[in-house]
Design a protein. Structure first.
Length: 471
């Protein structure tokens, strides 16, 4: 097909054009060499060449596409442009300039419009990008509120729960040690709770918002004579509700108060645990300032040594897992010489103590008489001598009841037990080190029970040393 267009850059290769025209028309190219270009083009385009335009020669351009060879002649500015089909049909006069399909006015055919189109797209979407950015920023703040504020809420809730658990366990321990003294149990529970810190409504940095867990006397109740219930909370009524970090960004005019609470209930264990205590009575823990394993306070030379059942003694939960020697193999290693921490049962005030190595071994391995309890202020009669053999035999029989049970140091609990509560967890009475061993005329020495604690029997050696873990 032959086109005449006015929007392409001309290529002045007239000779090649003429040869091509002659070849297309069936003429001999060699003969066409002697003819002028204007005559040849005039013959080819009689309607296009008017008399007024013959003085201005055309600027022909040869263009070739895949399988299509076209002649494109550029007319001088102001001239009429026509399009001729190969079959000889004349152009439709009066029609505007024809462009190849898919092209736009002012754009060269074949030229890429991708760059300009992309620039127009980017310019037209600038406003939409700002809107999307604003929406995304709001979503980011919302997620920050969820992750940061809710994370702090969970942390504060855990801290309150720890305080409530600690207070309840301490109160239950006092109930067991004081035969149900609720007034003393409440004091101890409140004191233990105040030693814990949790997120509150402070000002400034995070460290300033960690405040002590303060509870009122009404937060400690006793559902049963041997049980205690504790509530720890952060609330607006108390003036210690938590503040948010990011939630208030979504609503700057409002600083929402976050309220939460935690509760715990603990019961005083039976003084005999599995039905009976074991025939040992080591001293409760005291501050041994001079490290001589003797209770010998002196206002001048050893004034730092003292004992207090709650301050220095074994208590839950702070001392859980502490290893204690329940029975020594040598009297010289004990607080009182010749006292190996072995005692006779029952207490003096509750029956006639049974003496001898056989009775001592039976009390370790089992419970010959579960009819009595050992309580604070009871007097226990000392069983003299090491009794390494009966001690080892009784402890080995006790361990054989649950041989796979062991103490896990990391979790501070018994693992591997075949029971919900291992039979190796037993009650052991403790005596008051500030009183020591009491001497009675005409009888055996005695010790005064200050509390009954639970221990996991861990091991016994060949010499008769028995070790356990405070639980």
């Amino acid at each position: 097909m032959i086109f005449v267009e006015d929007h392409l850059e001309p290529v002045r290769e007239h000779e090649l054009l003429v040869r091509h025209v002659l070849a297309e028309c069936g003429s001999d190219p060699k003969k066409g060499q002697n003819q002028s270009e204007s005559d040849l083009l005039h013959r080819l385009f009689p309607r296009f060449r008017t008399a007024a335009a013959r003085a201005a020669p055309l600027e022909p351009v040869l263009r070739g596409d895949a399988g299509v060879r076209s002649i494109i002649a550029r007319a001088p500015e102001g001239r009429r442009r026509s399009r001729f089909a190969e079959n000889g049909r004349s152009s439709q006069r009066g029609a505007g300039p024809t462009r190849p399909a898919g092209t736009k006015r002012g754009v060269r055919p074949g030229a890429s419009t991708k760059g300009s189109s992309m620039r127009r797209t980017l310019r037209s979407e600038e406003g939409a990008s700002l809107i999307l950015l604003a929406i995304m920023a709001t979503a980011v703040f919302a997620f920050a509120a969820l992750t940061v504020d809710i994370g702090i809420m969970l942390l504060a809730r855990t801290q309150l729960q720890n305080a409530a658990d600690s207070a309840a366990l301490a109160g239950a321990s006092v109930l067991a040690q004081t035969a149900g003294d609720q007034i003393e149990a409440k004091k101890v529970a409140l004191r233990f709770a105040s030693e814990h810190r949790a997120f509150g409504r402070g000002s400034g940095g995070i460290a300033n918002r960690m405040t002590a867990v303060a509870m009122d006397a009404g937060d400690v109740t006793f559902p049963q004579p041997t049980s205690i219930h504790v509530i720890a909370e952060r609330s607006s009524a108390r003036g210690n509700a938590m503040r948010s970090y990011f939630m208030k960004v979504l609503d700057p005019k409002r600083d929402p108060a976050i309220e939460m609470s935690a509760s715990a209930t603990a019961s005083a264990p039976d003084a005999c645990g599995t039905g009976c205590v074991k025939p040992w009575c080591p001293p409760d823990r005291w501050v041994d300032a001079n490290k001589n394993n003797k209770y010998d306070p002196n206002p001048t030379s050893n004034k730092g040594e003292y004992y207090d059942s709650y301050a220095t003694g074994y208590n839950s939960p702070g001392d859980v897992g502490v290893q204690v020697v329940l029975k020594y193999r040598s009297g010289s290693s004990t607080m009182v010489p010749s006292y190996f921490y072995a005692v006779d049962l029952p207490p003096v005030s509750k029956g006639t103590p049974t003496t001898g190595a056989n009775a001592y071994r039976d009390w370790i391995a089992g419970c010959p008489d579960p009819s009595f309890l050992v309580e604070p202020n009871d007097l226990l009669q000392i069983e003299p001598g090491n009794m390494a053999g009966p001690t080892r035999q009784g402890v080995q029989a006790l361990i054989a009841l649950d041989p796979k049970a062991k103490w896990d140091v990391s979790s501070k609990r018994v693992i591997g037990s075949a029971y919900s509560r291992s039979p190796r967890i037993v009650p052991v009475p403790l005596f008051d080190p500030s009183i020591g061993v009491l001497t009675h005329t005409g009888g055996r020495k005695k010790v005064k029970v200050v509390k009954v604690a639970m221990f996991f029997i861990e091991s016994v050696n060949s010499s008769g040393n028995v070790t356990g873990r405070f639980v």
